[in-house]
Design a protein around this ligand. Structure first.
Ligand SMILES: Nc1nc2c(ncn2[C@@H]2O[C@H](COP(=O)(O)OP(=O)(O)OP(=O)(O)O)[C@@H](O)[C@H]2O)c(=O)[nH]1
Ligand SMILES: [Mg+2]
Length: 350
């Protein structure tokens, strides 16, 4: 008889997931201690961040296996599909898993271990993204432009990135390119002083491109390592704002020909599938190079990483795991899967 045993996330994984290798930091920079896989490290933080998603898997999957001797039939497959979709991994990934379970176990008594293997294998295949280090300037300051829809977590993610860089001993200047709201500049200024970064700001209503220009100029003249430009939230349909973004890029490229080195699209994980439709087309229009998936901690929809990488055809470079400056982790697909699945439930045979 197969039983599900539930356990705390602090115990070692025994579900067959390959243990995450202690890979070095993927930024190409010195690895801060919090990126290590050990206790208090990245894996623990992923687990903490994915707690709600894992709980959904736990509850739903426990229900699926409650009935002893249950067969893999249509009703089981429908229940499985529903449980998977609740994590926001997307209908297509859920369908692949259901098909795989059906092909392997049709009309047999449900084997939880094998179901788990199907989930893991399908997600691993779809998350074929490898670690994606941040692009860096070969010489001079690295310029990072940050964009996304309103409230997605741009400014907070910038603060977290800046914090990460300053902890690596790099000098950071921030450009307060969201001149739309006075509060936006104050928010960034507050973070800058907390983190020990410099800020270039302008009055409300000023041209964001001119702020970007001044920020890059300051980075060049002050020999800063990193320059991160904040922008106001926007939708792809707001053509004037999309043009504004192009202007910001042009202005930056005039000062440093291969800049911006990264254009990061910040996506709110709590918005689930909505986040995908909202930002669809955005990444191409804005020439984005990578994704920061913010608010993964507050969401029961941690599976959204899968459709996010598929929809945008961009690597998830970082995930936001809270509201504090330290709550940012380099996205590592292997560790993500381990946190999502190995941390969720343990299968044992009695
Ligand atoms: N729990 C959690 N909250 C976050 C995270 N990132 C951002 N937030 C919160 O989300 C809210 C919006 O974050 P902002 O950084 O201001 O978002 P924004 O995209 O700059 O917003 P606009 O400039 O208004 O478009 C704030 O309350 C943040 O504290 C995260 O990773 N986890
Ligand atoms: Mg903002």
């Amino acid at each position: 008889m197969a039983l599900f045993r539930f356990r705390g996330s602090e115990k070692p994984a025994t579900t067959g997931a390959a243990p995450a290798p202690a890979t070095p930091d993927t930024d190409g920079a010195a690895a801060p201690a919090d990126d290590a896989g050990g206790k208090g490290g990245l894996l623990d933080r992923f687990r903490a961040g994915l707690k709600k998603t894992v709980q959904v898997l736990n509850t739903d999957v426990r229900d699926l296996f409650k009935q002893e001797g249950r067969l893999v039939d249509e009703s089981f497959l429908n229940d499985l599909r529903r449980a998977l979709i609740r994590t926001d991994m997307g209908p297509s990934a859920a369908e692949d898993i259901v098909k795989d379970v059906y092909a392997k176990q049709r009309a047999r008594v449900v084997d939880p271990e094998s179901v788990l293997d199907s989930i893991r294998a399908t997600l691993a295949q779809r998350l074929h993204q490898t670690n994606a280090p941040l692009a860096e300037a070969t010489s001079g300051p690295t310029v990072i432009l940050v964009t996304g829809v309103n409230g997605s977590g741009k400014t907070t993610s910038i603060a977290k990135l800046a914090n990460r860089f300053t902890k690596q001993g790099k000098r950071v200047v921030l450009g307060a390119g969201d001149t739309f709201r006075a509060a936006a500049v104050e928010q960034l200024a507050m973070w800058a002083s907390r983190i020990g970064a410099e800020i270039v700001r302008s009055d409300q209503g000023a041209d964001p491109a001119s702020v970007a220009h001044r920020a890059v100029a300051r980075a060049l003249e002050g020999a800063f390592d990193i320059c991160i430009i904040d922008t106001a939230g926007r939708l792809q349909t707001q053509s004037n704002l999309m043009q504004e973004l192009s202007k910001i890029r042009r202005v930056i490229a005039k000062q440093i020909p291969d800049a911006p080195h990264e254009v990061l699209l910040v996506i709110d994980a709590t918005a689930g599938q909505n986040a995908l439709s909202q930002a669809k087309g955005f990444s191409e229009a804005a020439g984005c190079t990578g994704i920061v998936l913010a608010k993964l901690d507050g969401s029961a929809r941690g599976g959204v990483v899968v459709p996010v990488t598929e929809t945008f055809k961009l690597p998830v470079k970082f995930v936001g795991l809270g509201e504090q400056a330290d709550d940012l982790a380099v996205f590592d697909p292997q560790r993500y899967l381990e946190a999502l699945l190995a941390g969720s439930f343990d299968v044992s045979r009695a």
